[in-house]
Design a protein around this ligand. Sequence first.
Ligand SMILES: *Cc1c(COP(=O)(O)O)cnc(C)c1O
Length: 394
Amino acid sequence: MTNDPLVERMRQFGTTIFTEMSALAVRTGSINLGQGFPDTDGPAEMLAAAADALRSGANQYPPLPGIPALRAAITAHEERFWGLTRDPDSEVVVTAGATEAVAAAILGLCDAGDEVVCFEPYYDSYAASITLAGAVRRPVTLRPGPDGRYRFDEAALRAAFGPRTRLVLLNSPHNPTGKVFTRTELELIATLCQEHDAYAVTDEVYEHLVFTDAPEPHVPLASLPGMRDRTLRISSAGKTFSCTGWKVGWATGPAPLVATVQRVKQFLTFVNAGPLQPAVAVALALPDDYFTGFRAGLQARRDRLVIGLTEAGFTVLPSEGTYFITADITPLGGTDGADFCRSLPERCGVVAVPTQVFYDHREAGRHLIRFAFCKRQEVIDEAAQRLTKLGRVT
Ligand SMILES: *Cc1c(COP(=O)(O)O)cnc(C)c1O
């Protein structure tokens, strides 16, 4: 027997950068703007509903697709905000976070050797799920243009599609860049999906976090012509309702795609979060002003952090949505984001993560680091204050 019992294909996935950086934050007493989780609770109505459900016996296995009230709330929410209509009985499945929905979709749709077109930098679970399925990732690189907005090369996207393309995995609004894919970009993706008869799996966990100064609103790929019947749309309560520890996600789409997720999920977790499901149903039905207020609060904190980062000397790339902003370390004399992030806690007591870990082509993100601004205003203020130390020559 060898020393490492881990299967060969998983060895490339070591301890994540979040583990390393969060430990560093604790050790140095730094403000952790590395990992993207809020430091305040979600809406009181939702928390009260969860407590009620816990006390009133909702503690056994819910139905495999999720409780009817939550499935109805998911479809009503999708129709209210995106004009998409789905049948709550056959076109919705509740999952253990968006993460399980993505994993189950890939495991259920991809045979060994099938290809998944994705955009790098990408959310870290994507690469692992694709690899677990024995599928192959075909990453297309997002790069900041002269105006700082991230773009991809049309020819590169066309070249990523081929005879083995099974699906395109799209995250918009996009973590870690804060990019919101434009309608023109989505139309190109939709055209290529149809030309290659591929499915689309969309991760829209930041669907409510597109800032008012973003050039374009969020458009679900599923709403484009020809995409309704080939798109599995994934979202989650974690980011929208500040309850990342609940891991209540869902997938909606045509019945055959939803059934695929359900078939796999049945043997991963079977069901999850019984007493939290009715609470998320309450949250999804909150009035529009919850969603606009939540977005406005994050936008204000983004703006505060942008000022702090700019004053500290970074080149700050525009964040159009999500919890995140990326900054270029070049003006501060940095060349490697990983080295920079390892020394940042000692230098000024703030933790960020190097964006390069989210790429196959690390070179493209070597000089970029990511900050999360989903923290209380006073925490962002303090971080901004600490970052000003960087500019000073010591
Ligand atoms: C946070 C996040 C997820 C994970 O969502 P869960 O509901 O916690 O599983 C998935 N995708 C992206 C892009 C994220 O940022």
